[in-house]
Design a protein. Structure first.
Length: 290
């Protein structure tokens, strides 16, 4: 199981004792059960030959719909299409239960005068039969008032995951706009993120929001879809969440082709605010279809 099987896999000589102990704590794998629904011949009048190959990949279709895929985009919404598949950011779905369930109780209790803690979580999604890595997700969260325990102040260079991705000082090479719908978060949550922040007005109000907000990973997925449709497939994507989108608002993705990657910024058209920054996608083989 590669480096994850070793209790010292992520050890760093600059770690404080608190961090070193947290890294050594064992974490059990979480199984992701991929949902397939077979078409019923008698119910949908599907020819038997077609039905044999018509495993409707429900999780993929739900995810694609949550990112605004339409009835005209059959490669993302119809399991029988020759090019049927998931949008590339689907990789955030299988890991969600694992990453959201990781304990952070090893951190110091909140202290309003303490520094913030930056915690980076790495989750691999592997094929259960072969052990092959299918997706890797890295995420860093800043936790106010839980720092001050020593150790490194600046994290290690992790390649694309820590790249600055400053937009070039020129007009974007491409701009794509997409208006979300008021029910966008209601649909996206079916892909596994059931945080009430995205559906209950009273819960959103506690967080200081006028209404439930769109999932940040949904905003990322929509922008990632814009990159895919404009420049072609990519092998990784990185963003920094800089603001929120309210369902029904318009996401504007500004993109620049820079060598083998696409640097992009996502904004809300109605409010002129930036929601995704320091963002980029590394193109497959460094080539764009433009």
């Amino acid at each position: 199981m590669s480096r994850f099987s070793s209790p010292t896999a992520f050890a760093d000589p600059e770690d404080s004792p608190l961090v070193a102990d947290a890294k050594r704590a064992p974490v059990d794998p979480v199984e992701y059960a991929y949902t397939e629904v077979r078409a019923r011949v008698h119910q949908f009048s599907v020819p038997p030959a077609a039905a044999a190959d018509a495993d409707s990949h429900r999780d993929v279709i739900l995810y694609n719909l949550g990112l605004g895929a339409s009835e005209k985009e059959l490669r993302w919404t119809y399991e029988g299409d020759d090019e049927f598949g998931a949008l590339p950011t689907f990789g955030v779905v299988p890991q969600f239960a694992a990453s959201s369930g990781l304990p952070l109780d090893w951190l110091p209790n909140f202290n309003p005068v303490s520094k913030a803690a930056a915690v980076t979580i790495v989750v691999e999604t592997r094929d259960k039969k072969t052990g092959e890595v299918v997706f890797e997700n890295q995420s860093t969260v800043f936790i106010r008032g839980a720092g001050g325990f020593g150790g490194k102040r600046v994290g290690s260079d992790r390649g694309a995951a820590t790249a600055v991705n400053a937009p070039p000082k020129r007009s974007p090479d491409a701009v794509v706009e997409e208006k979300t719908v008021p029910s966008q978060a209601v649909l996206y949550r079916l892909s596994g993120d059931y945080n009430p922040l995205h559906i209950l007005p009273e819960f959103a109000a506690v967080g200081g929001f006028d209404q439930p907000i769109l999932h940040g990973l949904c905003s990322m997925g929509i922008a990632g879809k814009h990159v895919l449709k404009t420049f072609g497939p990519y092998e990784d994507i990185k963003v920094r969440f800089a603001g929120v989108v309210y369902p029904g608002e318009t996401i504007v993705t500004e993109m620049w082709k820079e060598e083998g990657k696409v640097v992009f910024v996502a904004k809300v058209k109605e409010r002129g605010t930036t929601v995704l920054a320091a963002a980029a996608a590394t193109l497959v083989n460094g080539k764009a279809k433009l």
